[in-house]
Design a protein around this ligand. Structure first.
Ligand SMILES: Nc1ncnc2c1ncn2[C@@H]1O[C@H](COP(=O)(O)OP(=O)(O)O)[C@@H](O)[C@H]1O
Ligand SMILES: [Mg+2]
Length: 453
């Protein structure tokens, strides 16, 4: 018996089958199984240098992890207050969203105090030099290595002992031990595992850049998310300049943190007041436009939401939405029809969130509903109105979290009227300059904003 074995692995979920299948029985994706040749495991533990043994909790020494800050406030905040040495961080996002740009900026700053190695499997040293020049990066100490072979990278780590390492991207790396293409799930996982070992053994902080595939997951599966200490997503719409850096997993900090950046010619710039930035181009006195106060982690964000309702020229009216779930739009249209007698049967409905922001909270429901009402009735909403709240199927307006933080942000930006769930309004202490309108149902909303039309 040789030591080689052929298996078939799903590139989406990692399911392993001894024979090829047209469809993965686990995640049901088609044509996702790829042949792999692996070495059979010996079934015995590799001898460890040091005998590892379990320790009673009380005997484990207390060590507070040392954190290293970059000076990019938004970046440090998302990492939980700085970079922890020996941690493995995945920076994920759509291709072209700005991962390499952000990383190069952060690494350059860190290289002023630490030894930093940037491994690029995508760009040549000349290309990186050009980018650095465009980003006006001056720190010359940053080490650059263009390589896609994991063995070569590990070799360089052994020789140059960096304290911080970045691999851009993990999908371009390959190890000789596996006879499958770079970017396939087993290559990505194997390379990440070996880099993790290097991080823990050498106490190196490692950033892995991961491109998100069409399905929205990293390298097919979410395989890497379980492995790493921290997962950061850089989000945004490529046609807009607004970017959110979000921690979706963090073993060293809160996952409620978001960093806000603007993409500029000279790289990603921190946005100190995101609400103001997002509202800069808001039109005045038009129907269908409303400002929603949405929470991104622990940060309130004021965003403009627009709806356009108009007579359709098609037999089947269109429902299009950008930045908000289309199912949510359909659901709220149904509620408006059933509870308030609106009729969208012959109306096209378009919804858009300004700035390329994606609203994922149910707290955007009430704003979406008021925007739809406003456009349907062709009645503009007051300019100084901010809205938040969840809407149920019975047309009831339900309370949402962080009421006080939302109200404070709205007041800070000069909004003098806030439409919110009744239960939220009850709990707010009165503010002299702001009118809190607590609604319990969509009928209340119609009465408060459109005189019960
Ligand atoms: N010469 C340039 N001038 C201005 N912006 C550029 C230039 N080259 C690239 N960009 C911007 O940088 C983005 C690419 O960012 P990058 O960090 O390479 O993305 P990622 O690493 O996530 O794929 C492009 O989408 C573009 O907006
Ligand atoms: Mg890149």
């Amino acid at each position: 018996m040789g030591g080689l074995k052929t298996i078939y692995r799903c590139q989406q979920c990692g399911y392993v089958s001894p024979k090829w299948l047209g469809r993965c029985p686990e995640c049901r994706s088609w044509q996702s199984l790829v042949e792999e040749v692996t070495h059979k495991a010996s079934g015995r533990l590799e001898p460890h240098g040091q005998a590892a043994r379990p320790l009673p909790l009380a005997e484990i020494p207390m060590e507070s992890e040392a954190r290293f800050t970059t000076g990019i406030g938004e970046w440090d905040r998302v990492l939980g207050g700085g970079l922890v040495s020996g941690s493995l961080i995945l920076l994920a996002g759509d291709p072209g969203i700005g991962k390499s740009t952000l990383l190069l900026q952060a690494l350059a700053l860190m290289s002023q105090k630490k030894k930093v190695l940037y491994v690029s499997g995508e760009e040549s040293p000349q290309q990186l030099k050009l980018r650095a020049a465009r980003l006006r990066i001056e720190s010359g100490g940053l080490l650059i290595f263009s390589e896609t072979s994991l063995e070569a990278v590990l070799d360089v780590i052994d020789h140059s002992h960096p304290q911080i390492l970045a691999v851009d991207s993990i999908q371009t790396m390959h190890t000789m031990g596996l006879e499958v293409a770079p970017g396939s799930i087993s290559q990505v996982r194997e390379c990440a595992l070996r880099l993790m070992r290097a991080a823990k053994d050498g106490n190196i902080s490692i950033f892995l850049v991961g491109h998100v595939t069409k399905e929205g997951s990293i390298a097919g599966p979410r395989a890497l998310e379980h492995l790493v200490d921290t997962v950061l997503y850089l989000e945004g719409d490529r046609t807009h300049t607004f970017r959110l850096l979000r921690a979706v997993k963090n073993r060293y900090g809160s996952t409620n943190e978001v960093g806000v950046f603007e993409m500029k010619e000279a790289g990603l710039e921190e946005v100190p007041n995101p609400s103001q930035f997002l509202l800069a181009e808001r039109p005045t006195g038009v129907s269908g436009s409303v400002v929603v106060c949405s929470m991104e982690g622990t940060r309130p964000l004021l965003v403009e939401l627009q709806a356009l309702v108009g007579a359709t020229g098609w037999t089947q009216p269109r429902r299009t939405s950008m930045g908000i779930d289309t199912n949510r739009v359909s659901l709220l249209l149904a509620v408006l029809e059933k509870k308030l007698g609106f009729n969208f049967g012959q109306q096209d409905v378009f919804v858009n969130v300004a700035g390329g922001v994606r609203l994922q909270e149910p707290a955007a429901d009430l704003a979406l509903t008021t925007a739809l009402m406003s456009s349907y009735l062709d009645r503009p909403l007051p300019q100084e109105l901010a809205v938040w709240g969840e809407v149920g199927l019975a047309g009831e307006v339900r309370g949402v979290g962080h009421g006080a933080a939302r109200a404070m942000e709205a007041a800070k930006l000069g909004f003098t009227r806030c439409l919110m769930p009744g239960s939220n309004a009850e709990r707010l202490s009165p503010d002299a300059g702001v009118v809190y309108m607590g609604a319990r149902s969509l009928q209340d909303v119609l009465r408060m904003l459109f005189d019960g039309t």
